[in-house]
Design a protein around this ligand. Structure first.
Ligand code: DAH
Length: 332
């Protein structure tokens, strides 16, 4: 028996030494360890043996099996190592080759400015609100004290979806929507967003542009709060050395109304419109103007950006020319 087993092991060793591919391993396994193998056929002898001998033979078969399995495993490792070595030799990597440059995008200048404004106002305790761009005549005009035949509507002609629905001409309707929801409680919000006008596009006009609306309502709010806020945002955006000037103006939704200019070193440049919320606007949205007051402002964002970065044409902000956009990648 011992002899026979030795022969099987020797034969297995010889065959295993010859194989070169992983797929040959399975063949070898079935040949030396499978049901039809010589080793397995020895189990037929069990029937003829007493239990002591049976045990001995069982141990011998198992040991032989383990030995052949181990030999095959060593061979498998050897083949895999060889394949890996060949692969590595073929796929050598030259780390000195220049890499592939990826173009990384960045936020648009207007987005960055809006986010900067949002951070600033959140720091002052404001909330950020938004509202629909397709707005009703009611919120865009009527609730802001611009009746159907109000002459000031002329300055804000827009695109109509139907007689009562239009593309909002300013972010001011978000004021009204917020006031209605607040049910008489104090408010401190800004609303950035897109607005539309039926303007001819040119260097300074675009039929679509951005505004940031501000609204603060509460007891004892007065013009000094408005001026302080506008001065703070001007200094934040344009620099600590900047001063502002308020000029009397007219908006149907504020009384008094002002136009705000910034001194740019040579002269005053117009920045934005603002004022104390008109008592009628407060009243229509559920506030008692005898008890609370409020201020509001509307900033045309492109205008501010053009002044600060010295842009000569508003259309640069919308035509997505990379030569333009890349100049502002570094702006925080
Ligand atoms: N809605 C005005 C416009 O688009 C800007 C504006 C002016 C908004 C005064 C205000 C404000 O809230 O108080 O021209």
């Amino acid at each position: 028996m011992e002899e026979k087993v030795k022969k099987i092991i020797k034969e297995a060793e010889e065959k295993i030494a010859l194989i070169k591919e992983v797929i040959e391993i399975n063949e070898l396994k079935s040949r030396f360890l499978g049901k039809k193998s010589e080793l397995f056929s020895l189990t037929a002898l069990f029937r003829t043996l007493d239990s002591e001998k049976k045990k001995e033979l069982g141990i011998l078969i198992n040991k032989t099996k383990a030995k052949i399995e181990a030999l095959i495993e060593v061979k498998r490792e050897e083949i895999l190592a060889r394949i890996m070595a060949e692969k590595l030799a073929k796929e050598s990597l030259d780390v000195t080759l220049p890499g592939v440059m990826f173009n990384s995008g960045s936020k648009h200048l207007l987005t960055k400015v809006i986010e900067d404004f949002e951070d600033f106002f959140i720091g002052l305790g404001y909330e950020i609100k938004d509202g629909p761009e397709v707005e009703s005549d009611y919120y865009n005009f009527e609730m802001l004290n611009l009746d159907k035949d109000h002459p000031a509507r002329n300055m804000q002609d827009t695109f109509y979806v139907d007689v009562n629905q239009l593309l909002r001409t300013h972010t001011s309707p978000v004021q009204v929507r917020t006031m209605e929801k607040a049910e008489g409680k104090p408010i401190q919000i800004i609303c950035p967003g897109k607005v539309y006008r039926r303007d001819e596009d040119d260097q300074y006009h675009s039929h679509q542009f951005m505004q940031i609306e501000g609204l603060v309502i509460g007891e004892g709010i007065n013009m000094t709060h408005l001026k302080g806020t506008l001065l703070a945002i001007t200094k934040h955006f344009f620099g600590e050395d900047k001063e502002i000037r308020l000029r009397p103006s007219y908006f149907p939704f504020t009384e008094p109304s002002v136009e705000v200019d910034v001194f740019d070193g040579e002269g005053y440049v117009e920045l934005l419109g603002a004022g104390m919320v008109h008592p009628k606007v407060l009243q229509m949205s559920g506030y008692n103007p005898e008890v609370v007051t409020g201020f509001a402002f509307g900033i045309g964002l492109e205008r501010l950006v053009m002044i600060k970065y010295g842009l000569d044409d508003i259309r640069h902000l919308y035509t997505n020319d990379l030569r333009f956009l890349n100049q502002f990648k570094g702006v925080k």
